[in-house]
Design a protein around this ligand. Sequence first.
Ligand SMILES: NC(=O)C1=CN([C@@H]2O[C@H](COP(=O)(O)OP(=O)(O)OC[C@H]3O[C@@H](n4cnc5c(N)ncnc54)[C@H](O)[C@@H]3O)[C@@H](O)[C@H]2O)C=CC1
Ligand SMILES: O=C(O)C(=O)CO
Length: 363
Amino acid sequence: MPGTRWIRLLTENDCRLEICTDPKTILSVDDILALIGDRCDGVIGQLTEDWGEVLFSALRRAGGTAFSNMAVGYNNVDVEAANRNGIAVGNTPGVLTETTAELAASLTLAAARRIVEADQFMRAGLYDGWLPHLFVGNLLKGQTVGVIGAGRIGSAYARMMIEGFKMNLIYYDLYQATRLEKFVTAYGHFLKANGEQPVTWKRAATMEDVLREADVISLHPVLDKTTYHLINPERLAIMKKEAILVNASRGPVIDEVALVEHLKANPMFRVGLDVFEDEPYMKPGLADMKNAVVVPHIASASKWTREGMATLSALNILGKIKGYPVWGNPNQVEPFLDENATPPPACPSIVNAKQIGLPSAKL
Ligand SMILES: NC(=O)C1=CN([C@@H]2O[C@H](COP(=O)(O)OP(=O)(O)OC[C@H]3O[C@@H](n4cnc5c(N)ncnc54)[C@H](O)[C@@H]3O)[C@@H](O)[C@H]2O)C=CC1
Ligand SMILES: O=C(O)C(=O)CO
């Protein structure tokens, strides 16, 4: 795990730390069972690990009461199994928001302006002079950006695309994104007052409305039963032929086999993907598609974010061991990140706090 603050926070509070130095990228359940051993109070794990009944009951038997993913997403964790074993499950919201949104914006631009194809063309020595039709892509200004899942990251991405490229917004979420709507309205007024075309927003009644109307669609929902294969052959078929689809949420939100077929049949349709259905693998054919930009799940990869994720996950474990209450607002975790201050006596974010009866901190 990156940085050293998380180590200091634990050791200065009398925790003995065992850091896994196994060179394997992804640990199996058996690897983790061996690491838990017969005495362990809490574990910080990674999103690539399968945390279910076997691991939570082993942690319980070892005297443990806390687990934290070093991630905001926790679709790799069976929270019901953690509840049955009385284990608190932590995650790391807030520190990934801007970094992940910036990568989604980067993928959007790379796909729209064919950056990777053009880079490969240059390196192959194929450039022999400016041409009017060389790597013509899409202009974003004035087009419509569609966001599916307008939570922390989806809203941050929307703001970047609206503020940066003056795109109009259409979004779909189970909840109203009030702050985002207010931002777009205010920005629209500002543009109008300066003699420019105002930007607009619309909350779509259905996901299909977003897919039909948007020129760029970025996916930012959690992965659960309701979002598995949210993008399927039928929904790909209703998208514009020249649309751009970006996914920096979780791979299984897209039916990747169907996506490869769609990319083959629609060369002007482009995608930017940070995540894949069977990570670390890509479905057959995807790597050959020039209209796909692919990167290896790096959306949260900035130093500040990764160190913040380490800090928050360590404080989730420490807080539970110390019997601290749970921080009341997981969207405001800044007080835990201030290097020059003692962090608040609270667990920054425990997703099953209610289910296992943990008290909430008074802010
Ligand atoms: N590629 C990467 O490196 C990263 C990926 N992620 C992924 O992004 C996800 C979102 O993160 P945050 O924005 O922080 O979470 P969030 O909880 O703030 O936002 C998720 C949004 O999805 C919405 N949602 C849930 N079910 C939906 C459905 N069926 N249809 C439409 N919207 C739905 C929720 O209402 C919520 O607004 C994480 O769960 C994680 O899987 C997060 C960080 C980095
Ligand atoms: O925090 C998450 O959910 C991630 O995917 C980390 O990159």
